[in-house]
Design a protein around this ligand. Structure first.
Ligand SMILES: *[C@@H]1O[C@H](CO)[C@@H](O)[C@H](O)[C@H]1NC(C)=O
Ligand SMILES: *[C@@H]1O[C@H](CO)[C@@H](O)[C@H](O)[C@H]1NC(C)=O
Ligand SMILES: *[C@@H]1O[C@H](CO)[C@@H](O)[C@H](O)[C@H]1NC(C)=O
Length: 440
């Protein structure tokens, strides 16, 4: 299937359901377990090791306050205190019909129109942030904001989804050239395009853990991920000094589990079928990978913008990947309907927290010693969580017309994680544009 695409509880990776190693009192733990965890799809949290729960709970308590005080400080075009992270999807016929994904050579499995998705209502919505407008994507404004620069997306398949959306949005208006792409069919990992009109290059680096990872991250047929928390990914690490704007997105692979290392050796494993729970959880490694990446990309001399994208949740809604009805909704969730799951909010909050910590680190010392690195959060969690209708679902491949003639249907997998191109992920780039314009 190429790349990562799994519900959060892949068969065989369920954590042990034996006694939870709770750090809270048993009644509190039982309350949390029943009250929160049974509501949602928190299979990974369910009776997970102490480290996971500690890591899971404390940031929420500590940072919910700071999150909301600085989330609202992202000014928009002509409007102060615009918070793009919070808002509603409003009906806007045709708003998202902005390009033909076949023409910009998007990954076939995201080209829903080509693959025969019959309903197109998912293209008729626009994100309305609370209290300010979000301008529609403007390719000239984007390329002007990054004139002469190298924009790099680093991360998992959601980073790739957004990077491809950007290529499609830009190439619909300006000439472009593919500079290179790894020659693996249908994978679309590690590529770079040039937009000569504005001397801009846009790259994607496949690094689902941000840091160096071997095993499954390199070869989907391998079971385990071996993740080196203190080493940047090889390829982007080598190019880091050429990058002016970096968009970082990772979390899904950390939730699914890995074996973690530092320079001294193995530290522990999360959600591993054989290695006994080591309490490393997913929250702490997630902090570490962002920290290592931000550190490698921080510079005291080169002005650079680091954009940390938050978690974009999937909508399998508890169904397995081979269930063709896993995500068949045709409209966004309404306000109050299907609120974002607790674990997803926590993963989002870790990104805010690491951004704040990185700002604090780089701001330390006098002006001369201060880093020239600007750190921003691209919070897509809420807007993405409201779009169960925007995924390829079974239209990952061209539907087989033979099936209509009474021949047996082949098994269709459902993609309820990535977004169709065009689709809701284009909004990520609308917000990215506002972040970049603000910094000029
Ligand atoms: C929340 O933040 C405000 C202002 O930043 C602070 O005064 C207040 O004590 C914080 N509340 C908690 C519960 O941390
Ligand atoms: C997109 O472009 C391809 C190739 O040019 C064309 O065959 C297809 O009909 C177009 N799709 C839509 C939805 O316009
Ligand atoms: C690696 O991790 C172990 C366990 O957390 C720690 O004791 C050790 O100091 C770390 N080593 C390095 C080089 O960071």
């Amino acid at each position: 299937m190429g790349g990562y695409l799994q519900p959060l509880n892949p068969p065989g990776l369920k954590p042990s359901s034996k006694k939870p190693g709770c750090f809270l009192s048993k009644p509190t733990c039982a309350f949390l377990t029943c009250g929160f965890f049974s509501l949602a799809l928190l299979h990974l949290l369910f009776c997970s090791p102490a480290g996971t729960q500690r890591a899971a709970i404390s940031p929420l308590l500590n940072y919910i306050n700071s999150t909301y005080s600085f989330v609202s400080s992202v000014p928009g075009e002509g409007s102060r205190n615009c918070n793009y992270a919070v808002g509603t999807w409003v009906w806007a016929p045709g708003h998202a019909r902005r390009y033909n994904a076949t023409e910009c050579n998007a990954k076939e499995s995201h080209d829903c129109l080509r693959n025969g998705r019959p309903d197109t209502g998912y293209l008729d919505w626009r994100w309305q942030p609370s209290g300010c407008p979000l301008p529609a994507f403007d390719a000239d404004a984007f390329l002007s904001a990054v004139r002469g620069k190298h924009v790099a997306f680093i991360g998992d398949s959601m980073a790739r989804n957004q990077a491809q959306s950007l290529i499609c949005l830009l190439s619909a208006a300006f000439p472009y050239r593919l500079l290179y792409r790894d020659p693996v069919p249908r994978q679309f990992n590690n590529w770079r395009y040039a937009f000569p009109s504005h001397d801009v290059t846009v790259s994607f680096y496949w690094n689902p853990f941000l840091v160096r990872a071997t095993g499954k991250a390199e070869d989907d047929t391998v079971r385990d991920n071996h993740v080196h928390l203190d080493e940047p990914g090889d390829r982007w690490g080598a190019d880091a000094d050429t990058i002016d704007v970096a968009v970082l997105a990772a979390a899904h692979w950390l939730l699914n589990g890995a074996i973690y290392y530092n320079a001294s050796g193995m530290i522990g494993a999360h959600a591993h079928p054989e290695i006994k729970d080591t309490g490393v959880g997913y929250a702490w490694p997630l902090r570490m990978v962002y920290r290592t990446a931000v550190q490698r990309l921080s510079s005291p001399w080169r002005p650079r913008t680091l954009v940390l994208a938050t978690f974009s949740p999937s909508h399998f809604e508890g169904k397995p990947i081979n269930d063709p009805t896993a995500c068949t909704k045709t409209e966004p969730y309404k306000e109050g309907e299907n609120e974002m799951e607790w674990m997803y909010r926590e993963v989002r909050d870790i990104v805010y927290d690491e951004a704040a910590a990185a700002r604090a680190r780089s701001g330390a010392g006098d002006a001369a010693g201060a880093s020239k690195t600007r750190i921003e959060v691209l919070d897509v969690s809420k807007l993405a969580s409201k779009r169960p209708d925007g995924h390829p679902s079974i239209y990952m491949t061209r539907r087989d017309p033979a099936a209509a003639n009474g021949e047996p249907e082949k098994v269709y997998y459902s993609d309820c994680l990535h977004f169709c191109l065009p689709g809701p992920v284009d909004t990520f780039n609308e917000i990215l544009l506002q972040i970049l314009r603000k910094g000029r």
